[in-house]
Design a protein around this ligand. Structure first.
Ligand SMILES: Nc1ncnc2c1ncn2[C@@H]1O[C@H](COP(=O)(O)OP(=O)(O)OP(=O)(O)O)[C@@H](O)[C@H]1O
Length: 591
């Protein structure tokens, strides 16, 4: 797996910014060579000075190496920043293409998956650049260390061996620390995700009313602080452990260095080494130790990032969450109808059954209404029809073909819906109805059907007005957006559903819950006209809005308990009749 992970990381860097990557590599090679060159030139200058030789060219060369050593880190920094930007862009794009590819909703309801996604977001941005950085540091350190090891070996082979071996425990310690840090990142992710949730609640308009009215801000802040404290505690423990692991090897290394220095000074005093040798020796021991420590750290950083990047690879490579059954059939226009045959469903094995054997037919060109108490499973059934989940048992048939044989995108292109929990986007009015370049005239026609065209056209910037006050229209103009009322938002959502003007199935889950009675009546008439002989599934708690449906089905205890027309169900005197009587009594009471 780690080979594949490493290939993916480097592939990302190569694809995203090949020139910056090449530049970073080149500066690394030049930088690595400069240290050892400088040390040799210094030794040459000192030796020639003490022996009375010519020093001009070595001194000029030393000066040039010094200039290069000053400029190279800055060039390197610029190139790495560019590499980071481009890699961040590409990795984010790939990650969200994968996320967008989930056909169903289950991954978004799995905390483990959401943790992995957060880790993937973080390491998608960081890992490639960090990994390239550590590989380069490693190469640079390897070149430097090799240069100095060879140079030191000329002076004293046994001392060189001791210096190199003395630094080896640091490598093992760093690898251990890398594993600890990777485990820490995994442990803190759920806490960070929850912390972000609290921070969003405290900082966003959506929750601001309730937070203030119910005075829960301090409580939320305390919960957020508790999460941060827990994160800090985990990180503190890991840091202490790392310090302990690093302490021993660092002491060993320092002791070797000190002993070596004592030996070198005595050897120079005895005339065994030259004065130039001792400068080379001091530079060499320090560089070898620093180099080996840097190699250890680079290996450790690379190791940690590879461990974490597995999460990115896992998310990007996730297999389809809703498998397509063979043979794949294309989705023809609906001709006969949609049939749910003994459909059982629960959200997971840990959840209770939401549907327990639903049999229901929605004939082509007819309108079917679904009613039932809260939690009866109506919205669940809608989600199954859109194939956001597959039935746990039983089948849903589109003109006799199991939905699992149909390409999900083709199926959804034939369905339009207004969901109970419809979205309101922090975007312009036009974008709230259609995002993908639909001509304004079509958008306005849909808005007209939903009875919201006049309102939207009358906004300060018409259909370009932002329906939010969280963002400016354009940052430079600082134009304020507008806030629509709940019912107006519902009409915008209806317009979105009406835009797909020839859906084979139109689903409306509580389309009028936020509307005033006059608007409800008007929308009802429009919808009826718009629906025409279109196949539709209508869900509403307001029974007067569905009484004209061709068939009404009552969902109770996970099954279709009653079905018929409004009149036949009233005559039967069952659940529907009882619900209707209660609602009518409410209205009579109000009157
Ligand atoms: N994503 C989910 N994960 C787990 N359980 C869920 C999920 N969505 C709904 N449920 C459960 O499934 C059952 C049916 O919910 P559903 O939303 O389908 O009811 P409903 O008939 O649409 O209710 P309402 O009239 O209140 O909108 C409920 O018990 C609910 O708690």
């Amino acid at each position: 797996m780690s080979g594949r992970v490493a290939r993916t990381v480097l592939g990302l860097a190569v694809r995203a910014a090949p020139w910056s990557l090449a530049g970073v590599l080149l500066t690394a090679v030049l930088g690595a060579g400069s240290a050892v060159t400088a040390a040799w030139l210094t030794k040459t200058v000192i030796d020639r000075l003490t022996a009375g030789g010519a020093v001009l060219w070595p001194a000029v060369a030393l000066a040039l190496v010094g200039v290069a050593a000053t400029v190279l880190p800055q060039v390197d920094q610029l190139l790495r920043a560019e590499l980071a930007r481009e890699v961040g862009l590409l990795s984010q794009d790939r990650l969200y293409r994968a996320v967008n590819g989930y056909a169903g909703l289950a991954p978004f309801e799995d905390p483990a998956h959401l943790d992995r996604l957060r880790l993937a977001q973080q390491c998608g941005q960081d890992t490639p650049v960090q990994l390239v950085g550590s590989v380069l540091s490693l190469c640079r350190a390897a070149v430097t260390v090799t240069g100095f090891v060879v140079s030191l070996a000329v002076i004293s082979p046994w001392l060189t061996a001791v210096v190199v071996l003395g630094a080896a425990p640091a490598l093992l310690a760093e690898l251990r620390i890398a594993r600890v840090q990777a485990a820490v990142a995994v442990r803190v992710t759920p806490l960070e995700r929850r912390e972000a949730f609290f921070s969003n609640l405290l900082g966003s308009i959506q929750a601001a009313k309730e937070v203030r009215l119910f005075g829960i801000g301090d409580h939320l802040r305390a919960l957020m602080r508790a999460d941060r404290r827990a994160i800090n505690a985990i990180e503190r423990r890991a840091q202490l452990r790392a310090a302990l692991l690093q302490g021993g090897p660092a002491l060993l290394s320092a002791a070797v260095c000190a002993l070596g220095l004592v030996w070198a000074v005595q050897a120079t005093a005895r005339g065994v080494l030259s004065v130039g040798d001792i400068s080379m020796f001091v530079a060499g021991v320090a560089a070898v130790q620093a180099g080996v420590a840097s190699i250890a750290q680079s290996v450790a950083v690379a190791h940690r990032h590879l461990l974490l990047f597995q999460h990115y690879v896992t998310v990007v490579d996730t297999r389809p969450d809703l498998p397509q059954l063979e043979p794949v059939r294309s989705v023809p226009p609906l001709r006969h109808g949609i049939e749910l045959r003994d459909v059982w469903f629960r959200y997971s094995e840990r959840h209770p059954w939401a549907l327990r054997g639903v049999d229901l037919t929605i004939p082509c060109g007819r309108s079917v209404a679904l009613v039932g108490l809260n939690g009866a499973g109506k919205s669940t059934l809608v989600k199954l029809l859109c194939r956001f989940y597959d039935p746990t048992r039983g089948t849903i048939l589109w003109d006799g073909v199991d939905l699992r044989h149909l390409p999900v995108a083709e199926l959804r292109a034939r369905v339009s819906a207004i969901f109970q929990d419809f979205m309101s986007y922090d975007l312009s009015a036009a974008q709230n109805i259609a995002l993908d370049g639909v001509p304004l005239e079509r958008i306005r026609a849909a808005a007209r059907l939903a009875g919201i065209d006049d309102t939207l056209a009358g906004l300060p910037r018409g259909y370009d007005t932002m329906l939010t006050r969280s963002f400016f229209q354009e940052p430079e103009t600082a134009d304020d957006g507008v806030i629509l009322s709940g019912g107006q938002w519902q009409r915008v959502a209806l317009a979105r559903a009406f835009l797909r003007d020839t859906p084979d199935l139109l689903i409306m889950d509580e389309p009028s819950s936020g509307l005033d009675p006059a608007a409800e009546y008007e929308i009802q008439q429009t919808t009826r006209r718009h629906l025409g002989r279109r196949t539709s599934l209508l869900i509403s708690h307001r029974l007067n809005t569905i009484r004209d449906a061709d068939e009404i089905a009552v969902l109770a205890d996970g099954v279709i308990a009653e079905r018929g027309t409004h009149a036949s169900l009233l005559a039967a005197g069952g659940r529907y009749a009882s619900l209707f009587a209660k609602q009518s009594a409410g209205y009579v009471g109000v009157g």
